[in-house]
Design a protein around this ligand. Structure first.
Ligand SMILES: *Cc1c(COP(=O)(O)O)cnc(C)c1O
Length: 495
């Protein structure tokens, strides 16, 4: 199977080409030319398998040029060996008769990015080998939180890679900062940048487009690469958990094979919910895909009106991983909804770059409203959902998952659609202790590591081991740089 750029359908590459180079040279996203099918008996075949085996079976359908035994090795390293604190990796938990949570936070960093970032390094290093790339890949990440730690854990001690993470000194929580600064591994580097997330990101972008640095690093045997969420190697592993969840629900009798299952996903960059769309397109019996946003509700408006407009205020919310105004992975959906019409997709993306706005055709708009529903809620709504879900269902959720729970309630009230729904639960509540505590009515919650203990005492729940163990870990990285000095820091760290 080949991969095509969303902006030029003549630009084709192999699976390893798509994963090795991430973005197409024309700025488009590499997307499978066709989506394989799991119709027929595949679900019965998959149901008795482990998560690791399901991942091999499904990823193999997309990755010509990778062998099943290669993928099997990757899957064991990514999801086995005690990396996840639940043997089911992405377990489904019943919240009430018609609501189930897909828990995507049992990995090493307690957020859903682990499902993709544990797999990507293996897919990427194999892709570089297949593409004949001899140099060491240096993964450079600017992060406002979850992605940085996820990438550090994913790439730690992976041969042939180095990973350097820059985070804004004033833009991450105390827990997130400590998670990164105590990172173990011989190939990792972490450094804070004076300023906010934009400063860190702009600095990283400047490094990527610095020809002198590129040349200098090449002579020393390095090249720069990224691990961002538009890489196909991050989208693909996410398809697995939707199929896996359906299989688990069949096994437990929550569903009969063929029953419709709605999915509700707290959305930022549109990667997670796009994977659900692909799973449905493969033949998984999913119903409505409900896209939940926080106050940064660009996608709600888009799905409801067909107009994407990023010209609006940006809000910092208690669900920071969804504070996004440009959802990059949406481009892949447009590719699909225009039947691969690269001229049309490029037109939309050019308008977005020039004016911050585009309006899709009626045909695309119809498909949008057929497949998707959308809604949003503010911080107050999310806090209420945390309190409600805890008091009424005995289930503790984080502020991102809370956005999805609230939007699901709104959707059910508006439409009367009571189809069984799977809510993507994207982070452990202990990762966002201060916000969760205040939602539960605690007036002066601890703002740092103390919030983990406090939440544990209040709810009687154990914090995940990687968070509970943070307090005793030695800090390895303390460096802070001005954003102008980030390139020098890269030179030093790659000595
Ligand atoms: C990244 C993230 C999201 C948003 O996922 P997208 O794939 O960017 O839509 C939601 N919740 C949490 C906790 C995240 O880390």
């Amino acid at each position: 199977m080949y991969y095509v750029s969303t902006r030029d359908k003549l630009r084709k590459t192999t699976a390893s080409g798509a994963i090795a180079y991430g973005l197409a040279p024309d700025g488009g996203l590499y997307t499978p030319e066709a989506i394989p099918s799991i119709a027929g008996n595949a679900l019965n075949t998959l149901a008795p398998m482990t998560y690791q085996q399901r991942a091999v079976y499904l990823m193999n359908m997309f990755l010509d040029g990778y062998t099943a035994s290669e993928l099997s090795k990757f899957s064991t390293s990514a999801y086995g060996n005690g990396k996840f604190d639940d043997p089911r990796v992405a377990p489904v938990r019943k919240v009430d008769e018609s609501t189930y949570a897909l828990e995507l936070w049992h990995g090493p960093t307690c957020a859903f990015k682990d499902l993709a970032l544990q797999m990507l390094p293996h897919l990427l290093t194999a892709a570089l080998r297949k593409e004949g790339e001899g140099k060491t890949a240096c993964i450079l990440v600017a992060t406002s939180g979850d992605t940085g730690k996820g990438a550090l854990e994913g790439f730690r001690d992976v041969p042939g890679t180095r990973i350097l993470v820059f985070y804004p000194k004033d833009g991450v929580s105390a827990v997130q900062e400590l998670q990164m600064n105590t990172q173990e591994g011989s190939n990792v580097g972490v450094c804070s940048v004076v300023g906010n997330f934009d400063d860190a990101q702009t600095g990283v972008k400047r490094i990527f487009s610095d020809p002198e640095l590129k040349e200098e690093l090449a002579q020393r045997g390095f090249f720069l690469s990224s691990a961002n969420s538009i890489n196909w190697g991050r989208v693909l592993p996410q398809i697995v958990y939707y199929v896996s969840a359906y299989c688990d629900m069949m096994k437990e009798g929550a569903l009969e094979k063929g029953d419709k299952l709605n999915v509700c996903v707290p959305t930022g960059n549109f990667g997670d919910i796009l994977a659900a769309y692909y799973a449905k397109k493969m033949g998984l019996p999913l119903g409505k895909l409900i896209c939940a946003s926080n106050q940064n509700n660009v996608l709600t408006d888009f799905i409801r009106t067909g107009v994407y407009d990023r010209n609006r205020p940006f809000y910092n919310t208690i669900s920071p991983s969804m504070d996004i105004l440009v959802s990059s992975n949406l481009e892949r959906l447009l590719h699909d909804f225009t039947s691969g019409d690269a001229v049309q997709v490029k037109g939309y993306m050019d308008q977005l770059a020039e004016t911050g706005r585009y309006k899709v055709s009626d045909k695309v708009k119809k498909k949008l409203s057929r497949e998707f529903a959308a809604g949003f809620c503010g911080d107050e709504g999310a806090r209420d959902a945390i309190a409600r879900t805890w008091r009424e269902k005995g289930y503790l959720i984080d502020p991102h998952t809370a956005v999805a729970m609230d939007v699901l309630d709104q959707y059910r009230a508006e439409t009367g659609d009571n189809t069984i729904t799977l809510v993507a639960s994207t982070a452990s509540p202990f990762k966002f202790g201060p916000a969760v505590l205040s939602a539960l009515g605690v007036e002066h919650p601890a703002q740092d590591l103390g919030s983990i203990d406090q939440l544990s005492r209040l709810t009687g729940l154990d914090a995940p081991a990687p968070l509970a163990g943070l307090a005793g870990k030695p800090v390895r990285f303390r460096e802070t740089v001005e954003k102008e000095r980030m390139a020098d820091r890269v030179r030093e760290m790659l000595r």
